[in-house]
Ligand binder design. Structure first.
Ligand code: ZN
Length: 267
């Protein structure tokens, strides 16, 4: 009798252990940060702003060719290989029906993959994002440069304008962070509808209209440029950071060049 009770107890205990293990595995799956395919950022980074601007002029001249098709082909193939393909697109041949001729199938796969990335990550798509500084500003590519004597690297782009210059929102989304932190000073963090996090730091003042957790439109007021936080002794600037959902910070510089160009074109 006693052994039967004991063995029943053993069964119950082992069932509880199995259930706990299943729950643990499920919890881990649910709380895992979204994975990011490794080729996405290297590809986006390989595209120069001048190529995007060249494609944009080509696109403006003949809007029958889709933007993603044009940029995917131009950013992957040399001019002489790209030309016959673009001619087909201009003659209304769909991307999926292109005659690739003697181009190796692996190269065709790469172009197709790049097109897919451009459709999903629309940083270079005309009019999709807004340049964050209103009026004249100066910035350079300083992503990855040393900060605090090599203790950390610069994970963004600094845009310099006079104190009080209006800062506007890049991508429609939700206000995720608002207020003071040690490095960023007066800062705003927006979770874009594209899933990415947009970080605006060193503001002189934050727009009083912003509410944490509330929706924010593209182009809506973020605040005014300043030098708060660890920028106290530096010239006034906006530190802009862009973080992918997996925690990887992107270099905003090439996107900024393109967004500024689009805004000037009135897109
Ligand atoms: Zn900075």
């Amino acid at each position: 009798m006693e052994t039967k009770v004991q063995s029943n107890l053993m069964v119950i205990i082992s069932q509880i252990i199995v259930l706990m293990m299943v729950a643990l595995v499920l919890w881990n799956i649910l709380h895992r940060p979204p994975s990011q395919d490794k080729d996405i950022y290297p590809y986006l980074r390989s595209i120069s702003p001048s190529l995007v601007i060249q494609c944009s002029q080509e696109y403006q001249a003949k809007k029958t060719v889709s933007w993603e098709d044009l940029l995917a082909i131009r950013s992957t193939l040399t001019e002489d290989i790209a030309r016959p393909l673009i001619e087909q697109l201009q003659n209304s041949v769909a991307f999926v029906n292109l005659n690739w001729g003697t181009i190796p199938s692996q190269t065709v796969k790469t172009v197709t993959r790049h097109r897919k990335i451009l459709l999903r990550y629309q940083f270079f798509t005309p009019g999709r994002y807004k340049f964050p500084v209103v009026g004249k500003t100066w910035y350079e590519d300083s992503f990855g440069s040393d900060r605090e004597g090599g203790k950390r690297t610069h994970e963004g782009t600094d845009l310099f304008s006079p104190e009080g210059t209006p800062i506007i929102n890049i991508c429609q989304g939700r206000v995720e962070q608002l207020g003071w932190n040690r490095l960023g000073g007066e800062r705003v963090g927006v979770r874009g509808d594209d899933g990415n996090y947009y970080y605006y730091a060193h503001l002189q003042v934050i727009s009083p209209k912003l509410v944490k957790g509330k929706h924010i439109e593209k182009g809506e007021d973020i605040g005014r440029m300043g030098h708060t936080g660890d920028a106290l002794t530096t010239p006034d600037h906006l530190h802009l950071g862009i973080e992918l959902p997996n925690g990887q910070w992107l270099n905003p510089y090439p996107f900024l060049v393109v967004w500024q160009y689009w805004d000037k074109q009135g897109n």
